[in-house]
Design a protein around this ligand. Structure first.
Ligand code: AMP
Length: 310
């Protein structure tokens, strides 16, 4: 299977070839023709399956026709975190380089004024986190009545983060006739209810988990005590004992633990940065930049914040 018979435009196919992709992943193979046919899609797929390109590539093809109007985005993509939103924007920049598209990010922590200015110029693709999007609609600076396509990505994460009421409000602000693409890794009852309410006769596509860990990754399980201080001690031991360790990402499942662990490691003399959802955008960007440059080679992150990293 190649990218040539999915119905993507010549420009988009050229961008895919330039990215070095030879064949579409299962979710791309199955979703792209339906998206191009303007069907609603319910994609049950995890990160790592190529699901982002499964909506970005056909969107780029469809957006080649038509132009954006001031304050009325043509398409809207909702992401649970700022990092994921930024990652999706990067994909538009990468595959849409040959098109004159206006792609805007509406995420918390970035100046309202700059975002507003972008909206007045007309936006083809608006990528947003739910809270910030609603802030803009409530201030009257944004109209969702021109949205032709709505993408709800990582819906089960949105549920974990308490965004479902926001999603429901947003779904009521976009036209009833829009096309909706909905992606989730799991289908808890609440998510099923939302899909039944807001998707019209969707094409359901379910792909299995991406192939387990890449062969270049060695996994191991390390026994340790139950107490937090015992876990921290084991971790310090592991870091000190590692040979040729250039950098490390440590993922915790609570924001509070991220801060605690980062502070503890710093007290023990390690160069550590932290990344979690309660930090403002400037602090998050600074932590990521310091990690990338190797200034703070150990990054402690919450599992949600870490989703945008890999
Ligand atoms: P995603 O599931 O969207 O987070 O994508 C996972 C990774 O797969 C990203 O790094 C993409 O750049 C990459 N990817 C997406 N589509 C393909 C493809 N058809 N062939 C190879 N890699 C891909």
């Amino acid at each position: 299977m190649s990218f040539t018979n999915l119905g993507l435009s010549t420009k988009v196919q050229a961008a895919v070839a330039a990215a070095g992709y030879v064949s579409p992943t299962p979710i791309q193979q199955q979703a792209i023709p339906h998206v191009l046919a303007r069907r609603d899609v319910l994609g049950i797929a995890q990160t790592g399956t190529g699901k982002t390109a499964a909506f970005v590539l056909p969107m780029l093809t469809l957006l080649e026709k038509g132009r954006a109007r001031a304050r009325m985005p043509r398409t809207l993509i909702l992401e649970p975190t700022r990092e994921l939103a930024a990652q999706v924007k990067e994909q538009f920049d990468k595959y849409g380089a040959g098109q004159k598209l206006n792609v805007a990010l509406l995420i918390g922590g970035v100046s309202f004024g700059d975002q507003d200015l972008k909206l007045t110029r007309g936006v083809d693709v608006l990528i947003a986190t739910p809270g910030r999007l609603l802030d803009h609609t409530e201030r009257g600076g944004l109209l969702l009545t021109g949205v032709e396509m709505l993408v709800i990505d990582e819906a089960d994460r949105m549920l974990d983060m308490g965004f479902i009421p926001d999603i429901e409000r947003i779904c009521k602000l976009v036209p009833f006739t829009r096309q909706t693409l909905f992606f989730t890794a799991t289908m808890p009852t609440e998510i099923r209810r939302i899909t039944e309410t807001f998707l019209h006769n969707p094409e359901k596509i379910e792909v299995s988990k991406p192939a387990s860990t890449a062969v270049t990754v060695t996994q191991s399980q390390v026994p340790c005590g139950r107490e937090p201080h015992e876990k921290r001690e084991t971790l310090r031991h592991l870091i000190r004992g590692a040979t040729d360790l250039k950098n490390a990402i440590i993922i915790c499942n609570r924001k509070r633990e991220v801060a605690l662990l980062a502070r503890s490691l710093q007290r023990h003399g390690f160069s550590v940065g932290a990344l979690h959802g309660d930090m403002d955008q400037t602090a998050r960007m600074a932590a990521l930049e310091a990690f990338r440059k190797g200034e703070l080679p150990i990054l402690v992150a919450s599992d949600v914040a870490a989703r945008g990293l890999c």
